[in-house]
Design a protein. Sequence first.
Length: 400
Amino acid sequence: MMKQIFFVILFLISTISSFAQIDENWLIIARNTGTYVATDGYEVRIMGFTPSLGASVDIPGPTLRATTGDSVELRLFNLSQHAPHTVHLHGLDVNQANDGVPSLSFTIPHDSSGYYYFKAPHPGTYLYHCHVVSAVHVQGGMYGLIIIDAADPETTWDGGYEFNSEYAWMTSEIDTIWHNDTIIEHEYDPDMIMSLNIPKFYDPQYFLVNGAMDFQMEEKGDINVHEGIDAKILLRLANIGYMANRYEFPAELEATIISSDGRPLPVSEISDSLWIHPGERYQVLCNPLSEFEDSIRVDYVDMAGYLKGTQYINVFIEGVYGVDEKKVRNIIQLYPNPAQNIIQCSLQQFEYEILTYSGQLVAAGTSINGEIPISHLNNGGYLLRIKGHDETFTKHFIKE
């Protein structure tokens, strides 16, 4: 134990000495005295991070933001009264002493502060969360978003995509059984006995985007763009929940998946659907092709593949003009969807592949009249990859 502490101290001394100048100072305060009020009026006990002593606990915690190359000091002040906490910098390239994993870094007891130091790495979208009895503390609400901007804040990364508006959405769930006082108020637990008291089942009643649900989404989630010509919208998507999320985008958004977990994808992909599993982050660039009103659907799916909940993020696009009208007319549509025997595509001649959500190829062929036979497939959801003349498009459909 003493040897481990010795090496941690050496790590910290080495790290701090290399940060003579701090560009960004982040402060978050760990609390366990929050209350989440659901849309049905039910009050749920939560833990969380606040940006100041006077702020109330909310989920998610404050978004932390820096620019690539910045030297960052993150101070965590623990006022939780009970268990120690850490800040795990999920996805960031930092050394172990500053990564917030208790066995490799350090924990911060009540009424104490701890400091993390790092240089902001690749531009992208990341997470932070407590890593002490993490199953309980993350479900309790101890999480937030980290955004690392490129040197040019209107581009995704050096030499990347330009954008003129952005939206960040963090998905999560709440199972109220995990939020009772005996779990939230557990004492310091050096032997990790608390981990034996984690509920055996997880069956959430509330499904959140940025801590909001249903009509609350109007304030915390909706896209409302009046960009005029050449609107470019960057979506930062992160999943801190315990279920997989399936996003379905309106075709008019022309959603293009450009990066995953803080790294550009080797090949960007236009798709009207995207799976994001727990802990993953994606960036999606949207270039609306016309004015429209619609919604983005977010499904919450458990490990057995069952749909447990759905949220809708409203999309209002106005003032979009000057786009290629031919391109607008060629938005790819599938119908009917769901279907039983045949899916009809608005394109006429193309090559295609059908994949399961896990990426398994189950069918491939060429359509000369827009029809795709699917009667041989098992019931369920699939991805249809269409190879057009210039681009590859991915669409989502359901066989029933």
